[in-house]
Design a protein around this ligand. Structure first.
Ligand SMILES: Cc1ncc(COP(=O)(O)O)c(C=O)c1O
Length: 400
């Protein structure tokens, strides 16, 4: 028996909670151990039945009788995330995309329709637009900056609005309050991919969403060496998601849960620093006439207003829309960066750069990208921001 305390005193801030929760007083370790198990062992058959009866009565209490349902390591992470999200419960999945799938699979049935934001994460687009069509589920994409395209496409069959905020790679911020009121008026369920902000900067369930997804691969783990996902839910959809969770086998492994819990200890510290560094880099980039900054920095834009209205902070991921007739000079700019790694994913401690080609955005209906405009994505890491700016400055010399 371990003795692990998750207590959350309402007088404490969440920052303090993250440092003090989940100490293991039985094993006398500051972090809870990794409990690996396929068989969950009991002293008697009677004990198994007792546990199963408890699980029926208290489905979020962490009563498990088989390794696929998790061990204490995964349940501790779920409890911590439930506090962070201020949700009814959090399901954890082996990847962030697993959480996207679980949300959609839980609430849609053949014959249903869903509305999805046009600049959604590319694999989510492939799932909703192409794959679900084969199951007679229709997807309509709405314009993030024109919610008439959302409202006008609602039919009796519409069962889910799937939001991602900001838009993937193009960083449009939407009027989330309006989306929730449209959904409530029409009795439609809502889900949001909240990976960019995490509930540290915006709490979707408290705000009115039914489901909220975070790719734990990014800021939760923070060290670019683990994959995972979380799906926070309110009480209304809990039973639907629980039923789907039972039959999909989309469960996070204890080793990964341990690493994510360890990463969460410093979530606030890392995000505050990503944010401060990104703000400095944004300040520098905003002065460049060839670049349109896709980040909530310039106060006079609709995106800034929508971000300010709903978010308490901005993370380290930003876009640059570069105007240049010379594509080779754009490529040269990116390839000349020395402190930015080239690779997918983000949310780790290091800076990364990507040139977004047509592959990622080509299917979009409302994408305003002229032939001489190019999208670059930067993840601003935890390096000294002055070094990052010096690096970007030298690389920008190649841009024509
Ligand atoms: C916004 C967003 N949602 C979901 C995912 C998927 O997460 P994972 O890579 O953990 O499956 C990603 C990954 O890049 C993402 O950027």
């Amino acid at each position: 028996m371990s003795f692990i305390v998750i207590n959350f005193f309402m007088t404490q801030s969440f920052k303090t909670f993250l440092k003090h929760t989940a100490k293991d007083f039985h094993n006398q370790s500051v972090n809870p151990p990794v409990v690996r198990a396929s068989t969950i062992i009991f002293k008697s058959m009677k004990d198994i039945r007792k546990k199963q009866a408890k699980a029926l009565k208290d489905p979020i209490g962490g009563h498990y009788d088989y390794g696929r349902q998790g061990t204490s390591t995964t349940h501790i992470l779920q409890k911590i995330l439930t506090k962070l999200e201020e949700s009814y419960h959090v399901f954890t999945t082996p990847t962030g995309f697993g959480a996207v799938f679980l949300a959609i699979f839980s609430v849609l049935r053949p014959g249903d329709e869903m509305l999805v934001v046009d600049p959604v994460y590319h694999p989510t687009r492939l799932l909703t637009e192409d794959y679900l069509k084969e199951f007679n589920i229709k997807t309509v994409f709405y314009n993030p900056h024109d919610l008439k395209t959302l409202e006008n496409n609602i039919t009796k069959k519409t069962k889910l609005i799937f939001v991602e905020n900001p838009g993937s790679n193009s960083f449009e911020f939407q009027d989330l309050g309006k989306i929730i009121s449209i959904a409530k008026k029409n009795k439609i369920l809502t889900a949001i991919d909240n990976t960019w902000a995490t509930p540290y900067y915006f709490k979707p369930i408290k705000f009115g969403f039914d489901m909220a997804i975070v790719s734990a691969t990014k800021y939760y783990s923070g060290h670019s060496d683990v994959m995972g996902g979380s799906l926070a839910v309110n009480k209304k959809v809990f039973n639907k998601v629980r039923a789907a969770d039972k039959v999909t086998g989309l469960r996070l492994a204890p080793d990964d849960a341990y690493l994510i819990t360890r990463g969460l200890r410093t979530l606030d510290v890392r995000l505050d620093k990503h944010s401060a560094n990104a703000k400095m880099v944004a300040g520098f980039l905003s002065k460049n006439k060839k670049i349109e900054l896709l980040y909530p920095y310039k106060k006079d834009s609709y995106n800034f207003r929508m971000w300010k209205k709903y978010y308490s902070g901005a993370s380290g991921l930003m876009g640059l829309k570069i105007k240049s007739k010379n594509i080779n000079s754009v490529r040269k700019f990116i390839n000349s960066l020395k402190l930015f790694g080239y690779g997918y994913s983000w949310g780790g401690f290091e800076s990364l750069a990507l040139h977004q080609e047509f592959r990622e955005t080509g299917k979009r209906k409302y994408m305003n990208l002229a032939g001489d405009e190019h999208l670059v994505r930067l993840h601003i890491g935890l390096e000294d921001p002055n070094d990052l700016i010096t690096d970007i400055k030298q690389a920008l010399r190649h841009l024509k």
